[in-house]
Design a protein around this ligand. Structure first.
Ligand SMILES: [Zn+2]
Ligand SMILES: [Zn+2]
Length: 213
């Protein structure tokens, strides 16, 4: 088993969570023994988010999706953004807020849970008024946390440890773009994302009745 960042291995990761006997949980209660709290920070692509969300639903999984209101890459207020939020909810997932310091735009679209985008250590774990900060205790604990940031697992891909039930509980951060777009390196994967984004934007231009002849 090679631990590639692709959709097949994402399915394998979900099978490992199942094999390890974990049950899915969110951020509405302190983590209990035996839970897998799967979290997604959506930095770049709502398409990638919806694709992974559908794969999770097929596997009987659910997770919490952290969406940005101030992304330079996507617009949650667009029709595409509204469709993505509706689809995530319809699939049984939770939707929370991926905030850009110091702005917190918690409106009715979001559960009252915040994950900061690229946080500095000074505020990463600080309390957030009226919301749960996912990087604060008891949800965050370094031994119970794994992240795929930049296609680099600090302690290796956790799928085998999950399958063996070695984590008492785990918060698992998955960036959907890393798995949804092809590429052996982060640079290649980002270029795949940009190619797909360009094609999608050409379609938006056509839909806006721009003459592309
Ligand atoms: Zn793996
Ligand atoms: Zn982020």
């Amino acid at each position: 088993m090679t631990c590639a960042f692709d959709l097949d291995h994402y399915r394998e990761l979900l099978r490992s969570i199942h094999a390890g006997g974990y049950r899915y949980a969110g951020f509405d209660a302190p983590p209990e023994s035996g839970v897998a709290i799967v979290r997604h920070d959506v930095d770049l692509s709502l398409d990638a988010a919806v694709r992974l969300a559908e794969i999770e639903a097929e596997a009987g999984a659910w997770s919490t999706w952290f969406l940005m209101t101030r992304s330079v890459f996507y617009n949650l207020d667009s029709s595409e953004g509204e469709r993505a939020v509706a689809r995530l909810r319809e699939l049984g997932h939770r939707v929370a807020h991926h905030a850009v310091w110091p702005a917190v735009d918690l409106d009715e679209r979001f559960d009252r849970v915040v994950a900061w985008h690229n946080p500095d250590p000074e505020y990463m774990s600080a309390p957030v008024d009226g919301a749960t900060n996912v990087m604060a205790a008891p949800w965050f604990n370094a031994e119970h946390y794994r992240s795929d940031s930049n296609q680099r697992w600090r302690h290796g891909c956790p799928h085998e440890q999950l399958a063996r039930g070695e984590f008492e509980w785990l918060q698992l951060l998955i960036h959907p773009e890393i798995w949804a777009y092809g590429g052996a390196t982060m640079g290649e994967t980002m270029r795949s994302f940009l190619d797909a984004d360009r094609a999608a934007r050409l379609e938006h231009l056509r839909a806006d009745r721009i003459d592309l002849a």
